[in-house]
Structure formats: C-alpha cells, structure tokens
Design a protein around this ligand. Structure first.
Ligand code: MUC
Ligand code: MG
Length: 376
C-alpha cells in the first residue's frame, strides 16, 4: 500500500556552501558562495528524496539563515514528518504549519524532498503529481550583479553566445540611484537592440527615490521593475505602481497567500515573482499563483540561486500553471562553480528545460554534497 510504503523513516540535513563564479551583489548583501540546507528523506520502501532550502548571504534577503533552517528542520519539522506518508503532501504541509510559523524556506526543502520521493516511488515525474505539465521549457533570464558595467556586458555577451540566456535582470540599489542608472545605461547601450532588461532594486529605494528616478529608468527601456520599496510598504508600492509607466513586480513583499491577496488587491504591482522559499511548498506556490491570476496579476518564475535540485522543483510547479507570462530566472545551476547534480538542468535555445524522469528528475551528487557541506 502506497501510504505504508512511503512512510518517512529518516530525515538528514546538511548546510552547504557552494562557491559562485563571481560576487553576486544585491542592495543589502554580497555573496561569493551560495548557502543551502540540503535535506534527504528516506522512506520505509528505501526510496530517497532530496530537497533544498536556499538563502542569500545569511538572514538578509529574508529572515531565514542556513543555521536557523537546519535547526528548525532538525528540531521541529522533521519530527512531525517521521512515520507519516510522504505521498500525503497536503497533510504533511498541515503538520509542518502546526509545528512552526512561517519558516517557509525550511518547509519548502522538506516538501520538495517528499514530492521527489513520492514521484520516485511511483515512477512518475513530479509535475504529474501537481496536475501535469502545460509546458516543457521556459524562457530563461540571467541576473547581472557584479556591479561592474564592463564585466556585466562581457558576461551578458557570453551568455548570448552560449545560447543559454538572452534576457537579463540587473541588480540596482547597492550604489546610489544615479550611479546605478549609469551602469544600466552602459549595459543597455552595449547589448543588442531590444534586449529584455529587468531591474531588481531589492527594496533599496524609497518612494521619493522612485518618483525622482522613474523617468530615467523608463527611458532606459526596462520591461519590469522588481520590488523597489521595502516589502512591508504595500500602500507605497501601490502608489508607485499607479504612477509608473513600467510594470512593478512584487517579490520580497509577498510570501504567504494572505500577503498575495493584500498586494494583488491593493495594486502593489501588476506582476508577482513566485519562489518556493517564500511560499513554503509547491502547493502553496500554486495557491499564491491562483490569487495573483484571479486579480489579473501576471506571473514570473522567481529563484533564490538554487542548484538544479531546487530549480527543478520550481520548474515542475511552474510547468503546471495556466500561464507563466514572464518565464523564469532559474540560472542558479550556471552561477555555481559546480552544480550539485550530475544530471542538472539543461539550458538550450535561451530556454531552461523541465527535467524528465521520476520525481524531480535530477539527483544530487553525494560526493559534492560532502565536498561543500559545512564541517563543524
Ligand atoms: C531576488 O530578489 O530576486 C534572484 C535572482 C537574483 O539575482 O537574486 C535573487 C533574489
Ligand atoms: Mg527580487
């Protein structure tokens, strides 16, 4: 019987520090390695499922650090899953909700491991368990975030040459707005005419900054402006969204379905970035997507620089959405010096492809997990 066979026997977690190819700078942090918590669930039938919680530079992008994620998984979340059927994902999410408030990155790592293990047990791809894929590949966006215009131009050109990415997101908000916009102007001038450029301010501006600099930003032709103001400032986001000639995307302001309802109904943006680390699991991500779509808000496939494990889990959920207008920025596997999977995601023709095979369709290399696991 499936429920008996998929009971969770053990949960193991590791803190991983995987070096990136270059410094990745945001308004409030700068990283040269990616911090993940990897989890493995082992079922009674011997099947293993892997999942990953991503962070960005400690508890700065969001409140969860790798240390907190590991502690909360080991102490509060894993114990309520032991002995429960992995195939009952909604029930497992309910148990985790009772055991801990928020902690959405920690919950999403376990959720994707349960999904992976269930798919592997049944011999079906994860997307089938989520309703089935409506698309098999996604237009892919690369993030430029060294802060050095010359390096960023070269990097973008390299991505175009490789056929991996021809749409770009540029990080703003770590220099003053005028300096940032000079950098953006240099980039726009050097890239092929019509290249899609998205600006992510990562909460770095005030409403007044936005009002001052939006005319120049709009002149530079960006297609989207992501989370310019602090996440909690929904009313101010709604005011700038109403006056902006460029669509505004909500990111750090929307984690839960309640926040999605608040932001979407107030008009705090006309696009929403979906991320498992924010929403806490694949079903919760689909609920947030449904709230956005009911409000007429378009969807963007967000990331937090996951390896191929976390990125694959996102793609399985994204594949089932009725519409994913903006494609996805899952570039994490390509910014790591070594991706953590042997059979990682495939990037071709400027698209990232949904992996085939049971469960998530990708397998972490345990030697690499060992190599990059924090030793203390
Ligand atoms: C974010 O805020 O979108 C995702 C891509 C990137 O460069 O940073 C992250 C976080
Ligand atoms: Mg963002």
């Amino acid at each position: 019987h499936l429920e008996e066979a998929t009971r969770v026997r053990a949960v193991t977690s590791w803190i991983i520090e995987a070096p990136t190819r270059r410094k990745h700078k945001l308004s409030n942090t700068s990283i040269s390695y990616q911090g993940y918590v990897f989890v493995r669930v082992t079922l009674e039938n011997g099947v293993e499922g892997f999942g990953e919680a991503s962070t960005l530079g400690g508890p700065r992008w969001a409140e969860e650090s790798v240390e907190a994620i590991k502690a909360n998984i080991d102490t509060y979340l894993a114990p309520v899953l032991i002995g429960k059927p992995a195939c009952l994902l909604e029930a497992a999410a309910g148990e985790m909700a009772k055991a801990a408030k928020r902690n959405n990155a920690a919950k999403s790592a376990l959720d994707m491991a349960l999904l992976n293990a269930t798919g592997k047990t049944l011999g079906v791809s994860a997307h089938v368990l989520l309703g089935g894929a409506r698309r098999r590949s996604f237009s892919a966006i690369w993030a430029l975030a060294s802060g050095d215009a010359g390096q960023e131009v070269e990097e973008a050109q390299g991505m175009i040459e490789k056929g991996w990415f021809n749409r770009f997101k540029i990080k703003l908000g770590f220099a003053d707005p005028a300096t940032d916009l000079d950098r953006l102007a240099a980039l726009q001038k050097a890239l092929p005419l019509g290249t899609d450029i998205i600006a992510d301010v990562n909460q770095g501006w005030s409403e007044a900054d936005f009002i001052r600099f939006i005319p120049r930003l709009a002149d530079l032709g960006v297609s989207l402006i992501e989370q310019p103001l602090p996440g909690g400032q929904m009313a101010a986001m709604a005011r700038i969204a109403a006056r902006s000639p460029v669509p505004i995307m909500m990111d750090e302001g929307v984690f839960t379905t309640e926040e999605a309802l608040d932001g979407c109904s107030r008009g705090a943006g006309s696009v929403l970035s979906l991320k498992l680390c924010k929403h806490g699991g694949v079903h919760q991500l689909k609920q947030v997507a449904a709230v956005a779509q009911a409000a007429g808000v378009q969807l963007y496939g967000g990331c937090l620089l996951e390896s191929s494990v976390g990125a694959a889990a996102h793609l399985h959920a994204f594949a089932t959405l009725p519409d994913l207008h903006w494609g996805t920025e899952h570039f994490g596997p390509k910014i790591l010096i070594e991706d953590l999977c042997r059979n990682g995601l495939k990037y071709e023709n400027f698209e990232v492809h949904l992996p085939d095979g049971p469960g998530l369709g990708v397998t972490p290399d345990l030697d690499l997990i060992e190599k990059y696991a924090r030793k203390d």
